[in-house]
Ligand binder design. Structure first.
Ligand code: TRP
Length: 341
């Protein structure tokens, strides 16, 4: 009999996981820098995407606003095109295993390591009246989010790199003390989304917590508001559109424009040669409006369909729980806990 080649086992897709906090309306920066890519990641990998509501209470939230924003961010995940049949889309607090594993991992994390987290230092300075233990232990909860799903990849921006590093350290430590339990996650460095800077101070990252609303575009801003904010963006006095040193404002607008249109910086500089900033800003505003329009349209439809949102959340939580509980039990068993029957 001829030697039949043994068919290769179909390769398991790598799991990718990311979460977004419902601590405000996401900005154009969150969208271009991260969310816009999530749909592509969901197609390429086995995706899990969550609304990180537990993380958000490390700073005080107004209950009514918080509740509204959790629903809005869930709706936004669907509006950017994530398919809840394809990916696991869920609300973190609906899966109790996150809080449970976070407690366990707290006991495998050193006080010293947490004290070195730059985000903790920044946030405790910014909220000096409420430096709570949750803020301190925040990276451990994030490690639990990641490790529960045995995620291979985590797309992270620069500000979350240190937290992913800690998640890796915790996983390795646990795996060494016991035996391999958690997949050690790698950062996903894909096509870089734009790092969008503040429109008013282009040396600073665009942030939804900036006290000056002119410094950021929210993904739900109306077209006229978007145009107004972009027109008042800080630039320089040279009046020439090209990417260069000392042109942080224009560089930022070029980054935004390039991300929305797919045009290269050279092409943009060429297209706007001899034209002023007014014309360029109008084009940037139009491109941003067009970029956000379909997202906003889908969002408006979904946010008014309460029962659909509830169904998505329930199904997501059920799928997520199955994986998360398996990992939690595995870890607890190794520690020596008596598991409930
Ligand atoms: N800390 C992340 C942020 O503020 C959000 C987050 C929570 C997260 N858990 C995560 C990101 C797990 C990636 C993986 O942006």
């Amino acid at each position: 009999m001829a030697n039949e080649p043994i068919p290769a086992a179909p390769e398991r897709k790598k799991r990718i996981l990311s979460c977004i906090q419902p601590s405000g309306i996401p900005t154009l920066g969150n969208y271009l820098g991260a969310l816009k890519n999530w749909k592509k990641l969901a197609d390429e990998f086995d995706g899990a995407f969550a609304v990180a509501d537990l993380h958000a209470i490390t700073v005080r939230q107004d209950p009514a606003t918080f509740r509204k924003q959790i629903n809005q961010v869930l709706a936004l995940l669907l509006a950017i095109g994530l398919d809840p049949e394809q990916s696991i889309v869920f609300i973190q607090s609906h899966v109790p295993a996150h809080a449970q594993l976070a407690w366990v991992l707290n006991c495998y994390t050193q006080f010293g390591e947490m004290s070195r987290m730059t985000q903790f230092k920044d946030k405790s300075a910014a909220h000096a009246d409420n430096v709570n233990v949750g803020l301190f232990a925040y990276p451990v909860l994030m490690a639990a989010d990641i490790l529960l799903y045995q995620a291979d990849l985590v797309p992270v921006g620069a500000d979350q790199k240190q937290h992913l590093e800690i998640a890796r350290d915790i996983a390795n430590r646990f795996n060494t003390v016991y035996s391999p339990t958690f997949t050690v996650p790698e950062p996903y460095i894909g096509k870089q989304g734009a790092r969008v800077m503040s429109l008013q101070n282009p040396a600073k990252k665009m942030s939804k917590s900036d006290p000056n609303p002119k410094s950021y575009v929210s993904v739900f801003d109306e077209p006229a508001v978007i145009a107004k904010k972009i027109k008042s963006a800080v630039t320089d006095c040279e009046g020439a559109v090209y990417y260069g040193d000392g042109k942080d404002g224009i560089n930022n607008l070029m980054g935004i424009y390039s991300c929305c249109t797919g045009l290269s910086y050279d092409q943009i500089a060429h297209d706007f040669a001899g034209k002023g900033y007014g014309e360029f800003k109008a084009a940037v505003a139009d491109a941003v409006v067009e970029e956000l329009r379909p997202v906003k349209e889908r969002f408006d439809r979904i946010i008014n369909d309460k029962s659909y949102l509830e169904d998505v959340a329930a199904r997501g939580a059920a799928r997520a729980s199955r994986i998360a509980n398996r990992t939690l039990q595995k870890a607890m068993k190794k520690i020596g806990f008596v598991l409930p029957k």
